[in-house]
Design a protein around this ligand. Structure first.
Ligand code: PLP
Length: 397
């Protein structure tokens, strides 16, 4: 983890000195946890943020056979036209969202999409409101470019607290970020709260950046893409990802759906950071978008694990409470009664019970005393074994 004095440590190597801005940013401690887990045998992982599936090898072989010269070189900055058409109809069919192909930019994942958007919106010192617990890379990105994060605490069941969001607004606020379905809580924000959020943003002339990376991992019917809500005006920027839906996080395909007036500034950021989403990855995405049935089957399997895991988690210590949230593939379990220090608990669980989990404090102060358990990467047997190991660990303490 970066120490607060990293900057001073490097002052002797003047040319190599990291910027004050980057020195202030702490990388999430989960890198160390993941590394330690990979060095152990027989670990059950509730840690990973990726689903259990990857594309079928037949599809991959087909992709390689049809590879052409132009697939090796840059595409247009905004992405291959055919893919933008395909993505536009995908977003329409799945989320009832109208984004014309010309209103979509393909990026190297949703993380880069977020970076493009904040580069386009923020001047140094400008503020963005992040409901907490938050996705830590977003906080890091805002601070890295000289912006300021204003944290807004979510309610007891991890929903947006609109009054609290309003209280964070100042003359420097540019945008509110929402992640629904949410990482790390699994919450899906209610339709009503999204309508009210839209009104609040409009009243205060703010943008809303809606991260819908987990939009298809919604295990009830409550998910609404923000842009699909009729009363929401033209201040919404949608970012999304194919990483999770198709199990292709390593191929780096994400997107931005944006209001027309942002095109020029978004393209400046795109061209400087990545030029384009890797062309080969775009071609792969095009293949994957043709087969909607397969990914739905995979997601339904995760939905089944979710139901079973709820039953298993209820058998744990009654003091370990959790909301059976319907989205992404995460449960955020309150472990304060067992151990207040979530970081210590996660390490202890890894070393003594061989279960990998993510400490909630990684996602901000509101996550202290919680563990994030991911059920996206496990099968039923491993899930049961993992929860059982946690149970035994608690009993032995
Ligand atoms: C909320 C959220 N947004 C974005 C990302 C990054 O997605 P990508 O792989 O498309 O960069 C993640 C990855 O875990 C995430 O949880």
């Amino acid at each position: 983890m970066a120490e607060s004095n990293t900057y001073e440590k490097y002052t002797t190597f003047l040319l190599m000195k990291p910027s004050r801005r980057i020195s202030k940013i702490s990388p999430p401690p989960i890198v160390k946890l993941n590394r330690a887990a990979s060095e152990l045998q027989d670990v059950i992982s509730f840690g990973q943020g990726v689903p259990f599936f990857t594309p079928q090898s037949s599809l991959f072989n087909n992709f390689v056979e049809n590879f052409k010269r132009q697939d090796h070189i840059y595409s247009a900055d905004e992405g291959i036209e055919e893919l933008r058409f395909s993505l536009s109809s995908f977003l329409h069919d799945e989320f009832h969202v109208q984004y014309a192909p010309s209103d979509l930019i393909l990026t190297s994942g949703a993380n880069q999409a977020f970076m493009n958007v904040i580069f386009s919106l923020l001047d140094p010192g400008d503020e963005i409101i992040l409901p907490s617990p938050y996705y830590f890379n977003q906080k890091m990105a805002i601070e890295m470019i000289g912006g300021k994060v204003k944290v807004s605490q979510t309610s007891n069941n991890w929903q947006l607290d609109l009054q609290n969001i309003e209280n964070q607004i100042t003359s420097r606020t540019k945008a509110i970020v929402i992640v629904s379905p949410n990482n790390p809580t699994g919450a899906i924000y209610t339709h009503d709260s999204l309508i009210q959020l839209g009104e609040l943003a409009e009243r205060n002339n703010l943008a809303i950046i809606s991260d819908e990376t987990y939009g298809l991992f919604a295990f009830d019917d409550s998910f609404r893409s923000l842009k699909s809500i009729g009363s929401i005006k033209d201040n919404v920027i949608t970012i999304g990802s194919l990483s999770k839906v198709f199990g292709i996080s390593g191929w780096r395909v994400g997107y931005i759906g944006y209001p027309e007036h942002m095109l020029d500034s978004l393209l400046k950021a795109q061209d400087t950071i990545a030029i384009c989403c890797p062309t080969a990855s775009q071609k792969m995405a095009l293949e994957l978008l043709k087969d909607r049935k397969k990914f739905k089957e995979n997601i339904a399997k995760i939905g089944n694990i979710r139901k079973k895991m709820i039953l298993e988690l209820k058998q744990l210590d009654p003091e370990m409470t959790f909301e059976a949230t319907p989205g992404a593939y995460y449960f955020f379990v309150n472990t304060m009664a067992i151990e207040k220090d979530d970081n210590k608990l996660a390490w202890d669980l890894l070393e003594k019970a061989k279960v990998l989990s993510i400490p909630g404090s990684v996602f901000g102060k509101r996550g202290e005393g919680y563990l994030r358990l991911s059920y996206g990467g496990t099968d039923e047997e491993k899930m049961k074994e993992g929860v059982n190991r946690i149970k035994k660990y608690i009993e032995k303490r």
